[in-house]
Design a protein around this ligand. Sequence first.
Ligand SMILES: [Zn+2]
Length: 334
Amino acid sequence: MPNSAFKLVFKGRFHGVDDPEWGWYDPVMEFYPNMDMQVRSAAFAWLREQMDLLGDDVLPRALLSRGFVFQGHRVPLISPKGIFKPRILPDIPLSITTAPRGPYDDSFGPDGLLAYRYRGSDPRHRDNAGLRLAMRRGTPLVYFHGVVPGKYLAVWPVFIVGDDPHGLTFTVAVDDAQTVRDGLARGTGAADDASARRVYITSQVRQRLHQRGFRERVMQAYRRQCAMCRLKHAELLDAAHIIGDTEAGGDPVVPNGLSLCKIHHAAFDQNILGVDPDYRILVREDILHEKDGPMLRHGLQELQGSRLIVPRRADLRPDRDRLARRFEKFLKAG
Ligand SMILES: [Zn+2]
């Protein structure tokens, strides 16, 4: 894109006329009708790249505030305000953000979609007006979900699909990037017959957000090491449930979690290893008497009678009642 055209876009005013199909006519934007979409696509691609580079789908805030460079202009992706529009975009925000919350207090409504609070209480505030415009035009945004302070899971594309000025809330749905791209390529727009698909995809994302939040909170509490063997490779660690998440009491809270390496997680789930309510690790009888190589000896048998490594904060340590319930299963398995 020639630089002069680019400047013209930003000096000009926008007199866009809404078009139910993708895009809108604009005498200035004619020079570069898809500039807004190009910035968004670049942002989506950049996010994907960062996740691949870090090998993690949770991104640090500093990285997101720095953002990337588009045509010589820096494009940050996030701001403390919640609704964020980088300067390069004329009117529609690029992202919405929610701060990390507890495991129960999530932002999803009974319809399964994300309920996003207005900025302040004035429906006409610039940020709120920007999201309303995104809804009318079917513009894709990024949703940053705070999992723990300073760390965000990025979800895109998301669309504003509802606006409730009395409840001061927008309704946000997640969609599938490929399906949306295909829809645009066909010229049918992003909003074609999408609501059932979006409800389904949003519910999947909701589950992922919960699991990811649980993992991150457990990893922090256990300082990213296995509670049984101290292994410190995050990529080999899981956040294990003491009581399974489909059972009563199986909540995604740190006292129902253990940071375990892959082998100890599997051994715990299979009742090869048990933990009693006093944080003592026990090895199933038959395994204790087995003879095999060093993995069996050092990895499992030598844990017999050793103590679980627990978080410093007492309120984050494994809940003794839950451990007792789980330990009964271990005893039965032996
Ligand atoms: Zn381990």
